[in-house]
Design a protein around this ligand. Sequence first.
Ligand code: SF4
Length: 374
Amino acid sequence: MRVTFPRMGNSHIPLRALFESAGVEVVLPPPSSRRTVALGARHSPEFACFPLKLNIGNFIEAAESGADTMVMAGGIGPCRFGYYAQVEREILADMGFDLEMVVLEPPCTGWVGLASRIRKITGGCGVTGLLRAARLAWVKCGAVDEIESVSRKARPVERSRGAVTRAMEEALALLDDAGTVTAARKALAAGCEMIWSATGFPVDDPEPIRVGIVGEIFMVLDGFSNMDVERRLGEMGVEVHRFLSMGEWVRSNLLPKSFMPHEAREMVALASPYLNYFVGGHGVESVGGVRVYARLGFDGVVQIMPFTCMPEIVAQSVLKNVSRDHSIPVLTLSLDEHTAEAGLQTRLEAFVDLLKRRRVMKAAGRTEEGVTPL
Ligand code: SF4
């Protein structure tokens, strides 16, 4: 069995560790590229969400490299994610690929089904081996989140543009190579050190503009899909923060409720009274997240979503009110395969200029009259 799974940011690092430690051969799709997008867009329904198109592109490229089994997450709820695995299987079968699809439905639909599907992939690996593999994957998952978080803090103070991003990539490669929990922890420590040293003599800006990120999880975590919004903002001297991460998702969706991070609970609670019901994906968290960032004194929020994403469209429609009531500007980026890099860069630069101007006006004790949230 040669297993593959879609690319989503750096999630391939813990996922590869999980499967390989359990004795499963992994065929990783090449990093997403314009070819991946072209393949996915050509073979997917026009109005499918951008993540589905990228998944299709990833699976085609993995199949070309010899993968024979696709692993895909399932889902429940009002958005389209729940049937995407089936749609992907049909598209690839129609194209003539002989690939088996294993769908890992969320545990709330039944632990027995989930366990039997995991056993199907991991075959002869015993329970002890599986637990060891899960532990290594969990440590690597936390380490990826930490390396990304440190990079977001270090980027606005780097002296040489791009140095932190290069150090982050080296740190992630080091982590990917680590074969044991001890080695992964050492790689994390060394990686964080490398990232901070890459800043050189940090630029002296004690209070950089701070921007929070909310939105659809695939687009938020996947730098290729969102055209590196975090890096672009960081290189404009902005400190970027996000609550969404792989670790947060696992805690909120795969583990018992008591493991759910405090921030995730707060985001859901604070979405009320603007949005009181589950709309799929992270729509509710996007609304609550803006209120959390307003409370924490952030200068602004960027909402990232794929074009036509239903949960985020619902969130976007109420975010205008949240933005006005809490006096925090929100920029919505709706992205797909047609998005042009220059347009995105211009919008981000305009947003950061607006946030800087608000800072200056606040410091001068002037009202915000005339400064309209986007
Ligand atoms: S959350 Fe949005 S992008 Fe993701 S499957 Fe649902 S509708 Fe599509």
